[in-house]
Design a protein around this ligand. Structure first.
Ligand SMILES: [Fe+2]
Ligand SMILES: [Fe+2]
Length: 159
């Protein structure tokens, strides 16, 4: 509770928050850039950070919440899973569109940025509070190790 009041998250929750901040910064940099080469480089970097995060968080946290004790956890888990799929689809759309300086790419990128922003706000409020209700600190710590291991495996597979 004190950690929560101080804004310090436990175990996997801190890992998730750290990743969210990094992705958010990259999204801002992409939007602010007026150079196609730089946008492509930053987008690739953002994608390599985001996709393993989504998959690992899905496997380690959402899957457990979907079968959680409370209805709120299960509902959050299911909604979040569906939002992850939308985020992945939008990333794919941007890859397929190609030219990151086109108006269409920029418009679709803004859609992605908004999707991620809304999803992260929900995850760090409702999701984190469900996770704190379902799991104790030790479990959240164990899930942190599992998340990092899985993310590293997925990261090397993607590369
Ligand atoms: Fe996340
Ligand atoms: Fe998520």
């Amino acid at each position: 509770m004190i950690r929560e009041m101080l804004g310090i998250a436990e175990g996997i929750l801190q890992d998730l928050h750290d990743d969210h901040s990094e992705v958010d910064e990259l999204l801002e940099e992409i939007m602010d850039s007026d150079n196609g080469g730089e946008r492509s480089r930053l987008f690739a970097q953002m994608k390599d950070k985001l996709l393993p995060h989504l998959k690992a968080e899905q496997e380690v946290l959402y899957r457990r919440l979907e079968t959680g004790k409370s209805g709120e956890s299960r509902k959050f888990g299911m909604e979040g899973t569906s939002e992850h799929a939308l985020v992945e689809q939008q990333v794919e759309k941007l890859v397929d569109l190609g030219n990151p300086m086109s108006e269409e790419w920029t418009a679709e990128f803004k859609v992605l940025q908004d999707l991620i922003e809304d999803h992260v706000i929900e995850e760090e409020s409702t999701g984190f509070s469900c996770a704190r209700d379902e799991f104790d600190t030790e479990q959240l710590e164990a899930m942190s190790r599992e998340f990092q291991t899985r993310k590293a495996q997925l990261g090397t597979r993607v590369a």
